[in-house]
Structure formats: C-alpha cells, structure tokens
Design a protein around this ligand. Structure first.
Ligand code: FAD
Length: 570
C-alpha cells in the first residue's frame, strides 16, 4: 500500500481546500502539503457553482458591524458570533488577496471601484461578483496558483477515514482511496484539514454537486469530533424541476424574485399572499421555500410536484437582458423563462450545521482542522446568500495558516497499522457481497425519506420515523451487493456504497438534532412547534459520538457581540 508522509493533508478542493493549501504553503514553502480531492481540481464542488457572488465590506459607507448584524439576524441569533465576526472582518482581506495576488477580476463600476450588487437580507449592496460566474473566476485562478506551487495534488482520490492515535484524541493522518485504481493510500500527516463541503445532496431535490456526499462530516464524526446545530439545513425556494434531468434541483437565482418574479400554485393562486402578504415573493428564503412546499403538500402543486415561477409579466426583453444565464439554463430543458411560467420546487442547498470549530478552524480533536461547509456555527439557522463563498475562503485561509503553524511545532505521530487494516477491510468486504441490498435503491430511498420526513416542514413523529428507518438502512448498506467480478478501478457501485454510508451518518445527525430542537427557527421548521422560542431555545445543539450512539446537549448561545434585543430596540 502506498504511504505518504506529509506535514499537512487537505481533503477537498473547493474554496476552503484551495485557500487552505495556498495559505499553508505561503506560511512556509518547506512544508510538504498534500491536497486530495474526490473530483478534478478546479472542476468539482460547489464553490465553482457560485453565481451570485461574495459578500464583503468595501464601501466606506458600509461597515463590518452592519455586515455582522445582517449575518446574525439572518442566522436567527444562534450563530457563533466570534466566527461570524471573523467572517466579516477577514472577507475584505481575502477579496484584496484575490485581486492582487491570485489574479481574480471582479466586475467594476465606471469609476474603477469593484461593483457590488444587492442580495437578500443585506442592509447594504455588498456582493462582489464576476458577471454570474463568480465561482469559476475564483476557483480557476486559485487552482492556477496551487499548480504554481510545490503542492502535491491527488485528483479523483477520496478521503475514506481519519486515522487517530490509540487514545482517539489526536488525528494522525487519513486513509484515502484512488478512485481511478481503487488502491488505498495511507497519509501520515501532522495536521489534516477537512474541507469536503457538506451533504445537502442527500435530499431528493438538491442543488450541490454530486461529488459532495457528507464524506468529511462522516469521517470527523467517526473519529469523534464534536458537531453543532446539525438540524440547520437550508432549502432554496426556486430549484428548477426538470424530471430526471441533472438540472432538476439546480438553483434559479434569488434575483428573479427580487426583480418581480411571481409564484403561482397549479390552480393559479399567487400563494405568497397567504404566507407573507407584505413581502410576497420577496420574503426570506426559508419562508418562500416553506410556502412552496406547503402548497405542493396540500395538493395544489403541479403534476410533477412543483409550483410555477412566472417572469413573463416583466417583459421578455427585460428578463433576457437581466438574467441571460438563468434564461439559458431554462432553455436547456426546453422552456422559456422570459415568456412562460417555469416549474420550480424548494431544493436542498446548504448545510449550516457541521463540525464545531474555533476561529482558527481547530476542531475538538488535536491535529484536525475543518473549514467551509463541513464546519458549523458561522451562519446559525440560515445563511445569507453571498456569505457561503466568503466563509469557505476566509476559513480555508485560516485553516491553512493555523495548520502550518501547528505542523511546524509537532512531530509525526505514527499511524496505527491495525486501524488501517480494519478500515481497508471495511471497504474490501463489499467485493465478497455477491448478494445483498441494492445500493441504488437504498440511495433513492434515502433521498425520498429525507425529503419527506426531514425536509422543509418537520414534525416529531416524522423525524422519529426517519430515525428508525435510517438506523435500519445503515445496517443494510453494510451488506450492499457489488456485481460479481467487478474491478477496483472506477468502481461506481463501490463508490456509491461509500457515499451512502457517509450520507446516512450525516442524515441521522440532522434528523436527531431536528428532533431535539423543539421550536422553529430559520431553516428549521417544526409544524408541531411552529414558533421561535428564545426563552428556551436560544441555544446551540452539540453532538458527539458515544459508543454506537451519540451524546447530545444544548448550551446557551454566547451573545458576545449582539443580543436579539439590541436589534429589535433599534
Ligand atoms: C448552485 C449553488 C449556487 C451557490 N451560489 C452561491 C453564491 O452565489 N454565493 C455564495 O456565497 N455561496 C453560494 N453557494 C454556496 C457555496 O457554493 C458554498 O458555500 C461553498 O462553495 C462551499 O465551499 P467548500 O470549499 O466548503 O466546498 P465545495 O466548494 O463544495 O468543495 C468541496 C470539495 O470537497 C471534495 N470532496 C468531497 N468529498 C471528498 C472526499 N471524500 N475526499 C476528498 N475530497 C472530497 C469535492 O470534490 C470538492 O472539491 C452556492 C451553492 C450552490 C450549490
């Protein structure tokens, strides 16, 4: 088995992984840095899918205090305020770095200043963008920079498990698998940075790229890291509905509703009049998503299970000139966004919950750093559009800096070969399963189950039912069959099994935490507890592994900088 010794191992090549690599290397170019990514570098993950843009304070009339306040209000006050404060303070540094060091070009105003556009939930227009392809600009340039440095890149190589010392409190590396060959790689690293980007793809209708299947979160969970607010998962209100096409679930951007787009149910009612008569379609993401979902569940949806987004009253010329990318996307499924209503549905978009970190991305396990969507706490109960890519670059950079400092002060802790053997056997065992449950059926069942029972509208009863079935499915996936004689290289069924195994871990954390929080807040809506309850639930939910089960507890939110009454009072 191939063995690599590295100072720092990074898993993932989205905004968080790439910025971690660049910062770690630039902190000390003598460090041996290995970046392993499940997809192709520059082409995978969600950072490159970012269209809307990047929230950052650049205008002297704006302030980090305002950006912070918007972020905390958006997060319904359960954000980790120190993480949110770090986000808003570091974002200007990252944008400056991108323009001066990494080579990104963002759209500019006539006077030469960077153009900033409005985005939902913001008290100032602060979203930096490159047309509607902002993510590609950032990721392509950052990837070039990684190639320009002496960083070892392992593409189509997935992290399987974190390796720990005998006490289980120190991460000493990771077991990887080269997807192309199916061969294992052991990396003995002083520091490991996990940046694999969450697991929203475990829902029937979802927006993220398919390579993201909760691998990092599941690895961190199995290794014993502490998690926070796993119930918080964001649904975007307008995911495209396109049958079995991959485009189903892809986001039709918020600007469409902002510009005057209307939502109708199948019987022609402008249903937002019932849910938020004042703001109608311009209501917040969580409310519009919930309203659409309730219409569909009440039988007022389209036959395909959606509602209708109509832009046609705004005039085709206006829609086509303002939203060329969106029009093109819809044209791909044979529809005309500028001239006819288009079927949409809420779509699972982003995980706010994740591994608990501090401002330098240290997790609760020594040697383990986590950044980007795998980490929790920055966005509380709801993420503002534009704060996601800011999060991954800000905390990716911090993880790189911190891991470099850590690695320089540490020696390698040897890998436990018994543990490696156990983990490899736990993968190779599937080659002996000529018979057993079908992984694709289980995968589809998971997506439906999460959608119906752990989705936009939750109840205690549905969550309990989901938890029961998820536990059974976790056993079933361990018996899943692989076609007899299948090869190890590019084994799609094996990779699907490994994906599903991880998604089931994350799904159970989301469902358990959602059952625990007996109130509604931000993206988490309980039909049986529909009100926000600051008296009892202005707290975070922490979980960690305990034997085969888990330990769960609440701790009051640390309101270190802003309290709910400060905002209401002003
Ligand atoms: C359609 C869409 C539009 C969006 N638009 C915006 C926007 O306009 N503004 C905004 O701020 N945010 C937006 N977001 C959110 C934003 O994309 C995320 O917040 C951010 O990109 C997450 O960055 P990340 O580095 O954590 O993960 P990602 O960029 O998703 O990267 C994850 C990486 O991990 C790799 N990986 C996965 N599993 C493994 C494994 N086992 N081993 C090794 N590598 C692994 C993947 O291949 C990938 O390279 C959008 C999201 C979507 C889905």
């Amino acid at each position: 088995m191939e063995e690599i010794k590295a100072d720092i191992l990074i898993l993932g090549s989205g905004g968080a992984g790439l910025f971690a690599a660049l910062h770690a290397y630039d902190s000390n170019p003598r460090l041996k840095i290995v970046l392993a990514t499940k997809g192709l570098i520059g082409k995978c993950g969600c950072s490159r899918m970012v269209q809307g843009g990047y929230n950052v304070v650049l205008d002297p009339k704006d302030s980090v205090e305002l950006h912070f306040k918007d972020t905390i209000k958006g997060g319904a006050f359960i954000n980790n305020q120190e993480l949110a404060w770090t986000l808003v303070n570091d974002a200007p540094k990252r944008i400056h770095e991108m323009e001066t060091k990494i080579g990104c070009f963002f759209d500019r105003r006539e006077d030469g200043r960077i153009h900033q556009k409005p985005f939902a939930g913001q008290s100032f227009d602060r979203t930096v963008h490159r047309g509607d392809l902002t993510g590609i600009e950032i990721i392509a340039r950052a990837t070039d920079q990684v190639f320009a440095r002496d960083i070892t890149v392992l593409e189509e190589t997935r992290g399987l498990e974190l390796l720990t010392n005998s006490n289980g409190d120190r991460v000493v590396g990771a077991l990887l698998m080269n997807i192309r060959t199916g061969q294992f790689i052991v990396v003995n690293a002083k520091a490991v940075i996990v940046a694999t980007g969450g697991s929203a793809s475990m829902y029937k209708i979802s927006a993220p790229s398919f390579d993201k299947t909760g691998d990092g979160m599941a690895m961190c969970w199995r290794a014993g890291a502490e998690f926070v607010d796993m119930e918080m998962l964001q649904f975007h209100p307008t995911g495209l509905l396109a049958g079995k096409s991959r485009l189903s679930g892809s986001v039709l951007e918020e600007g469409l509703r902002g510009a005057g787009g209307r939502l109708y149910n199948a019987i022609g009612e402008r249903f937002m009049e019932r849910y938020d008569p004042e703001r109608l379609e311009r209501s917040t993401r969580d409310r519009v998503a919930r309203a659409g979902y309730m219409e569909i569940m009440a039988g007022r949806g389209t036959p395909a299970g959606g509602v209708l987004l109509d832009m046609s009253h705004l005039g085709a010329e206006f829609v086509e000139s303002k939203f060329p990318g969106m029009c093109e996307r819809v044209r791909d499924i044979g529809k005309d966004l500028a001239r006819e209503p288009v079927e949409v549905s809420p779509t699972a978009h982003f995980q706010m919950g994740g591994v608990r970190i501090d401002v330098n991305c240290y997790s609760s396990l020594k040697g383990l750093f986590v950044a980007g969507e795998d980490a929790g706490g920055v966005h509380g109960a709801n993420r503002l559009g534009g704060n996601g890519i800011a999060d991954s670059t800000v905390f990716g950079a911090r993880a790189g800096d911190a891991a470099a400092e850590f690695a320089q002060s540490q020696n390698w802790v040897p890998v436990d070969q018994v543990q490696v053997k156990m983990f490899t056997n736990n993968v190779l065992k599937f080659f002996g399963h000529a018979d057993g449950p079908d992984v694709y059926q289980l995968r589809d069942e998971l997506k439906n189950l999460m959608w119906e029972k752990v989705g936009v509208v939750r109840t205690g009863q549905k969550l309990e039912q989901a938890l029961k079935r998820l536990a059974e499915m976790s056993e079933e996936v361990e018996r899943a069959k692989l076609p007899t004689g299948s090869l190890r290289g590019y084994n799609l069924a094996l990779n699907e099994i490994l994906n599903l195994r991880n998604q089931l871990v994350v799904a159970q954390l989301v469902a358990a935490s959602a059952l625990y929080r007996k109130e509604s807040r931000g993206s988490h809506y309980r039909e049986d507890f529909p009100e926000t309850d600051n008296q009892n639930w202005l707290c975070n939910i922490f979980m960690r592994k305990k034997g085969d089960g888990y330990f769960i507890e609440t701790r009051p939110v640390k309101l270190t900088r802003l309290r709910p009454e400060d905002v209401v009072a002003k």
